[in-house]
Design a protein around this ligand. Structure first.
Ligand SMILES: [Zn+2]
Ligand SMILES: [Zn+2]
Length: 240
């Protein structure tokens, strides 16, 4: 059931600060929440928590908030352990919101990065054995205005003054807000996919590197001229 939101799939979010009925009824907008089409409310706290963790608000973070929100609504609740797994095909801003809101984190090993440079996110729920892949449409980020593009290139070339910087971030906020408020079909292509869970994070033995004396996981160790090295030490020797 990907086209619409099934009532039975709603309200599984354990951290929700307001009752499920208020979150999804479409009548009660939580103070300052972003109200979307169909009465769906993105909690202010979701936005705040993501912003705090990431450090700023930007369209990329907003994409991550929308993707995380969608995953929690459609396939399952926040991962306290490894109930949900996220496979992210980007390492940009959006992934920070995914980590904060879904509990799929780098440290727990239920956040898997595939370095494809695509704004695509697959969420797999172990308990419900469901998975969705969410791909951001080219227009999903809300294109920059001419003014915004101009400020961006000034920042990149180091010629932006403080007023330019402030204006740039003001426009970033505006774009992020538009991403948060957009109908979901305007920003994402959503597909149900096979719930193939990548192998669980495993603990391996460590070995002592012959170069630096530090410990490294044995699966990351390199054998070079009869000795065991960690990756940086191996790369150093391999180059020389
Ligand atoms: Zn960002
Ligand atoms: Zn080493």
């Amino acid at each position: 059931m990907i086209g619409g939101v099934m009532p039975s799939m709603l309200g599984k979010r354990a951290y929700a600060p307001v009752p499920v009925s208020a979150r999804r009824a479409g009548t009660a907008v939580h103070s300052g929440g972003v109200k979307l089409e169909g009465g769906i409310v993105i909690e202010t706290t979701d936005v705040q928590r993501s912003r705090e963790f990431h450090g700023h608000m930007c369209p990329g973070l907003a994409i991550g908030i929308r993707a995380a929100d969608l995953a929690l609504d459609r396939i399952g609740s926040r991962a306290a352990d490894e109930e949900m797994v996220a496979v992210v095909e980007t390492d940009m801003c959006a992934v920070d919101a995914v980590q904060v809101l879904t509990g799929c984190t780098f440290g727990k090993g239920n956040l898997v990065h595939r370095d494809y440079g695509k704004n695509a996110f697959t969420f797999i729920s172990r308990p419900s054995n469901q998975a969705i892949r969410i791909v951001t449409k080219p227009q999903g980020f809300v294109p920059r205005s001419d003014e915004h593009s101009d400020l961006f290139s000034r920042i990149r070339t180091g010629t932006a003054d403080e007023a330019d910087q402030n204006r740039f971030w003001e426009l970033q906020e505006e774009r992020a807000k538009r991403v948060l408020e957009a109908p979901i079909d305007d920003i994402f292509v959503i597909d149900e996919v096979d719930p193939v869970v990548p192998a669980r994070a495993r603990i391996h033995d460590s070995v002592i590197c012959a170069g630096c004396g530090e410990q490294a996981m044995e699966t990351r160790a390199h054998l070079f001229r009869g000795q065991i090295f960690c990756t940086p030490c191996f790369e150093e020797r391999d180059r020389s």
